[in-house]
Write a protein that binds this ligand. Structure first.
Ligand code: IVH
Length: 684
């Protein structure tokens, strides 16, 4: 994009106002959770801002359009915290809280009740955001408390975090705002479902998921995950002073920072116990995980008097809630086979009630985890069920071992078909590679016909199993060979249900390419990657024999996905399957490609060109090319000309261009401009 010399003041104003309005609505949406405009209205404003920014090159640092899109890093830079980030002392009972209160009173030599604040203890990853002159300059992880990692690019993707502190009143020169990044339970479950689909190991809990998402060298991965921040602390500050924690929280709230969902002021220990009870009562309804409450002396002056020990402040304590845990015996460890052949181990328990639910089994994630935690059949395990998340084994109690426990080796054969298994290098997953593994085949068909795939209503787990065992469907193609009579011969089908199924199959014959690709169950290709493919390839056939080299330049398309797609389309058997499906009447549409094309920026969009001298191609042709690529070809040079394309024997326009500071390029450079543009319409 050429640098524009002057942006008209009214355009500047419009851009500034759009940025303000969009940031306000994003705050309503992400922080307050109470939007006042529709998503479509937001998108419309967003698009007009993007167009203006592109046309005039006037980009404000806090613009919502530049939050994501940075290139992956090699490694994180280290950041030293100006003020160390401390940890918290723990209390596990009301008595320990009382002791904490007594200690504070004793240290302060104070008889009357202390003013405290009580807030949820978020279970995530501690962060420090440093604002300089009101702008987010750095975001760093806690690390060892003294030195963390620079994760600024990733943190920028969290839309609940202001890039700029709103300036009504004075702006602090420097301020370190601390908080916890967390993932809510909904996103956590969605993410794990997606990972299981693509054969990646699932995260054990939302905290690991949040940490894993922030400690990502590729910011685009972070951007795909919905993360939140709750601000709860102050580090170094210059040019601003606060009197109390609650005062600081009020200031943050006023500046549109997300603060803890509950912040109770409490007088004395009785007030604290009441507030703690209130938070514990609400625990299940927050929609994210908390593992306790944090109690802080409110007054900053008193905090300073109390000071800190090496690792924790004396003025705060974490009250840990009883976890939803129980111990039970592991009766067996088995493997379950997914559609990609990944064999995931799970534990079978003696049934145990945890937080009101009976738990009989839980995933063990992968075979490395079993080794790492040294989990054996017969062990007594501590099982945790957090929020409404699936239960998981925290640890086994080794003291309870009798010596009769059995270690479970990684499977050498598939538990479903007895076929061979492999473990790819660098992967934790063990896979069954048999093409005819019945469980795998059934899982593949269930995925194919599932709601996000071909969406064949009625062809779920039970019916797929039935049709498979009766030999009616062994692959995707067989679905389209089914006849109503076949179904009527089966115990579970009557006239009506058989007709319904046949209609559902018929309806599935015009899928969008993105859905179709997703339903094929190509390893590592989830809905997102499938849509990327659909945006970049007009027809299914364009993907046949596609190379990784062709796929890699597509934005967000990692090596692993590119290799997997290419391997899939190189396999003749797969091509045959797709061709057979087409013969069976499948007509694939691709609305995504059309939409993407429409949205795509042409390489020369918004640029004005003037031609002078003799070019290797006829002038008219060059002008047409410029226009076809989205540019504007003008005959008169002026301050708003972006490029002068100069050929042999240039005229007076060359002098004029130099006078006006307009960049002069050759015909070859023009061609390069067209080719090199990031807006190249086939790469999204
Ligand atoms: S205050 C000097 N408030 O808990 C005290 N911490 O176990 C600074 N945490 O490292 C911490 N919610 O990552 C504070 N409302 C909250 C919190 C909170 C979660 C985390 C924080 C800290 C850890 C200590």
């Amino acid at each position: 994009m050429p640098e524009k010399k002057e942006v008209p003041p009214e355009i500047k104003k419009e851009i500034e106002s759009l940025v303000k309005v969009l940031n306000y609505h994003s705050y309503r949406y992400y922080v307050l959770d109470s939007p006042v405009i529709t998503d479509e209205e937001y998108d419309r404003l967003y698009r007009s801002l993007m167009q203006l920014e592109e046309k005039y090159g006037y980009i404000l640092p806090e613009t919502p359009t530049r939050r994501v899109g940075a290139a992956p890093l090699e490694k994180f830079a280290k950041v030293r915290h100006t003020v160390p980030m401390l940890s918290l002392d723990n209390a596990f009972s009301h008595d320990e809280l009382r002791e904490f209160d007594r200690r504070i009173k004793r240290l302060l030599e104070q008889e009357e009740d202390i003013e405290y604040t009580v807030e949820p203890k978020y279970d995530g990853l501690a962060m420090e955001l440093t604002y300089e002159g009101g702008l987010l300059a750095r975001a760093s992880t806690r690390g060892d408390g003294f030195e963390g990692e620079d994760v600024t690019l990733n943190i920028k993707a969290l839309r609940s975090i202001p890039i700029k502190i709103e300036a009504d009143g004075s702006i602090p020169q420097v301020i370190d705002i601390r908080g916890e990044v967390y993932m809510d339970l909904e996103e956590f479950k969605k993410l794990n479902r997606r990972r299981e689909e693509t054969g990646e190991p699932s995260f054990a809990n939302p905290r690991n998921a949040a940490a894993g998402s922030i400690r990502q060298l590729d910011p685009s991965v972070t951007a795909e995950r919905r993360l939140f921040l709750a601000c709860y602390g102050l580090g170094a500050a210059k040019g601003i002073e606060f009197k109390s924690h609650s005062g600081f929280m009020d200031w943050l709230r006023g500046k549109r920072f997300p603060v803890p969902a509950m912040l109770e002021k409490a007088k004395g220990i009785d007030g604290v116990l009441k507030a703690v009870g209130k938070i514990e009562q609400k625990r299940e309804s927050f929609g994210f995980e908390i593992d306790g409450a944090v109690i802080k002396v409110d007054d900053f002056g008193l905090q300073q008097k109390l000071g800190s020990k090496t690792r924790e402040p004396r003025w705060a304590i974490a009250y840990k809630f009883a976890a939803h845990q129980a111990s039970t015996k592991i009766k067996d460890i088995r493997g379950s086979v997914g559609r990609t052949g990944v064999i995931t181990p799970y534990a079978v328990f003696e049934p145990v009630r945890i937080g009101g639910v009976t738990v009989t089994k839980s995933t063990l994630h992968n075979w490395d985890e079993i080794k790492r935690k040294d989990i054996r059949i017969g062990d007594t395990a501590v099982v945790e069920r957090a929020g409404d998340v699936i239960p998981h084994v925290l640890m086994v109690i080794k003291e309870k071992r009798t010596g009769r426990e059995k270690e479970v080796p990684m499977p050498e054969r598939c538990p479903a078909c007895g076929g061979e298994v492999v473990r790819e290098e660098g992967e934790v997953a063990v896979r069954c590679v048999s093409l005819s593994c019945p469980v795998q085949v059934q899982e593949k068909i269930i995925h194919f016909s599932g709601r996000n795939g071909m969406d064949i209503e009625g062809l779920g787990e039970k019916n797929v199993e039935l049709l498979y065992t009766k030999g009616l469907i062994k692959n995707f193609e067989d679905i389209y060979r089914l006849k109503k009579e076949d179904l009527l011969n089966l115990p579970r089908f009557a006239q009506k249900s058989a007709s319904n199924m046949m209609e559902a199959i018929e309806r599935s014959k015009t899928p969008a390419l993105a859905r179709f690709l997703y339903s094929l169950g190509i390893p590592h290709v989830g809905e997102y990657a499938a849509r990327l493919l659909a945006k970049n390839f007009s027809r299914l056939e364009d993907l046949y024999h596609v190379t990784p080299e062709r796929l890699r330049p597509i934005k967000h398309m990692g090596d692993k996905i590119a290799n997997s797609i290419s391997a899939f389309f190189r396999d003749g058997k797969n091509i045959k399957t797709m061709e057979t499906l087409k013969q069976a009447g499948l007509r694939i549409q691709n609305p995504d490609f059309k939409a993407a094309k429409k949205q795509a920026k042409l390489p020369l969009e918004g640029m004005t060109f003037v031609i002078t001298g003799t070019l290797p191609a006829p002038r008219k042709e060059v002008e047409e090319k410029i226009e076809a690529e989205g540019g504007h070809a003008s005959s008169a040079i002026s301050g708003s000309t972006d490029y002068l394309v100069a050929g042999e024997k240039p005229g007076s326009k060359l002098d004029k261009a130099q006078e006006l500071g307009v960049k002069t390029i050759s015909y070859e450079e023009l061609l390069k401009l067209i080719k090199a543009s990031p807006g190249n319409p086939t790469l999204f």
